[in-house]
Design a protein around this ligand. Structure first.
Ligand code: ADP
Length: 487
């Protein structure tokens, strides 16, 4: 079994451009959020490094070594990458936990989903196709060509460093595009590790490039780069907005944005309350609540609300907060110091604004690392900050409803529209809620279910476009209409 890297034996990472590893002149250190020891040293890339990466991606796009392959050949490389990922699953999960602090059991399950993303994208590569029109009159024939967009910039966050990467990269590659990735500075390791896997799988040089560093330096420069054709950004709504400005001020690059959420979970009195309470507890504690689709607003029918709150509290109190390397742990460490402070500040604001804590509401002291107990607030008013803001931590607010219309209106009372869940045994109620609530991803009598066949993305201020599945791969293509005069 692998042991935690002891203090002072951190692993150094370079960055990856045009099929080669480069060394950073300046490095920064990443401490494990669960063990407070330095685990990785990552290069601080410069704007010149970024320019090299974009130039390499441009050359690799234009020389035809990738976009010019038959889809079967691209597919074979993606399948080989899936096979290699299976062999390195435990190693990648280990580094993911070291930098992110999530429970090892969840990290391993995520890597399984990543393998599935590569397999799905291998199929998607072969299914992508254009169209033809034979109905334009005797002498005009129409063809619709589907072409890769070109060089894609990909900026990823620290909450699911490898999974968010793998919900995008295989589909970007399936379309024939090339990519420059900028991972979140605190969780760069596994994005860099993917470079070796892709190289071994046979990916031509320059198709997958990684630059590391902060969002304000290299991230922002990527959003403004005039030679990047499309940017896929996943992170906060504020930075998403700045990506839109950067696109407008540079080359109008196409944007895919997956941003924040304040997701409702609606529980009707006629649902299986035990199962619904399990889902509520899981929905707020999964990935320590550092999850854009976490269900952070419980909207429960008045007639069962008292009973249901008690059920949820009992479940939340049983959730095991602990060392992420313990296979029994359900909630690991908070990933960054800043996020730890943000969550604790929201808990204090909630108390000050008059909401009542039914469980949690405090730090958990495990001797080292930073941990927060799953927290449930009742008596929450719609204008309180804990009701409106994405907290990105294990903090749940409860609201009550007396009619279906009120449930729908509470569920929609947010600027976001990423995900929603509804619990009832009455299919017509479930479908009414599903049709009226604005969210890009819906779970009926389940939570967090999914796989790479299903598209991901948001309504309203939760983003633009979709990732994964056939919908995802199509985002990285553009359509050319060809009119042929047959004479
Ligand atoms: P979080 O609060 O989850 O860190 P961010 O939106 O700040 O969310 O970060 C998501 C990703 O965006 C990270 O890779 C980060 O480095 C990057 N980033 C942060 N600020 C900017 C920016 N101004 N321009 C481009 N990328 C940025």
């Amino acid at each position: 079994a692998q042991k935690l890297a002891p203090s002072g034996v951190a692993r150094d990472f370079g960055f990856f451009i045009d099929g080669e590893w480069r060394h950073g002149r300046e490095m920064f250190e990443r401490k494990s959020p669960s063990h407070d020891v330095v685990v990785t040293r990552i290069a601080r890339c410069t704007e010149a490094d970024l320019n090299d990466a974009v130039a390499a991606a441009r050359r690799a796009f234009e020389n035809g070594t990738w976009a010019g392959l038959a889809s079967s050949e691209r597919s074979a490389i993606l399948l080989k990458a899936a096979e290699l990922l299976k062999q390195r699953r435990d190693d990648i999960a280990f580094w993911e936990v070291l930098e992110n602090g999530k429970p090892i059991s969840q990290a391993k399950a995520e890597i399984d989903n990543c393998i599935s993303c590569f397999e799905m994208a291998a199929g998607a590569a072969r299914l992508l196709h254009g169209d033809s029109f034979n109905n334009l009159g005797e002498s005009l024939f129409g063809m619709v060509l589907r072409e890769p967009v070109g060089v894609v910039g990909l900026i990823t966050p620290w909450n699911f460093p490898f999974m968010i990467l793998c919900e995008r990269v295989p589909f970007i590659l399936a379309s024939g595009c090339t990519v420059v990735v900028k991972p979140a500075e605190v969780t760069s390791a596994t994005t860099l590790m993917l470079a070796d896997i892709l190289t071994e799988a046979g990916l031509p040089k320059g198709v997958y490039n990684v630059v590391t560093g902060t969002g304000k330096s290299v991230g922002q420069a990527l959003t403004q780069h005039p030679d990047v054709d499309m940017l896929s950004f996943t992170g906060s709504t504020g930075v998403g907005r700045s990506c839109i400005h950067a696109s407008a001020d540079s080359n109008l690059k196409k944007l895919g944005l997956e941003l924040g959420g304040k997701n409702p979970i609606v529980v009707f009195a006629d649902s299986d309350l035990e199962d619904a309470a399990d889902a509520v507890a899981f929905g707020i504690s999964f990935n320590t609540g550092q999850c854009c689709v976490s269900s952070s607003r419980l909207i429960v029918e008045e007639s069962v609300a008292d009973k249901f709150e008690k059920l949820v509290v009992a479940k939340m109190e049983k959730i095991r907060v602990g060392d992420p390397f313990d296979p029994e742990t359900q909630i690991g460490a908070i990933t960054t110091d800043a996020q730890n402070k943000t969550i604790l500040d929201y808990i204090e604001k909630g108390k000050a604004e008059g909401a009542r804590v039914l469980c949690g509401g405090n730090k958990v002291d495990l001797g080292r690392g930073q941990y927060i107990a799953p927290t449930l607030f009742t008596n929450v008013k719609p204008d309180m900050s804990i009701a409106t803001d994405e907290i990105f931590g294990p903090v749940l607010s409860v609201f009550r409803f007396s009619s279906l219309e009120e449930a729908i209106s509470l569920a929609n009372d947010t600027v976001y529209g990423l995900a929603a869940s509804v619990w009832t045994k009455d299919i017509s109620k479930a479908l009414k809620v599903t049709r009226k609530v604005q969210a890009g991803r819906f779970w009926v009598n389940t939570i967090m279910a999914g796989g790479p066949e299903m598209p991901l993305g948001g309504f309203k201020q939760s983003g633009w476009g979709r990732e994964a599945g056939m919908y995802g791969v199509e985002e990285y293509t553009q359509i050319k209409s060809v009119h042929v005069d047959l004479g």
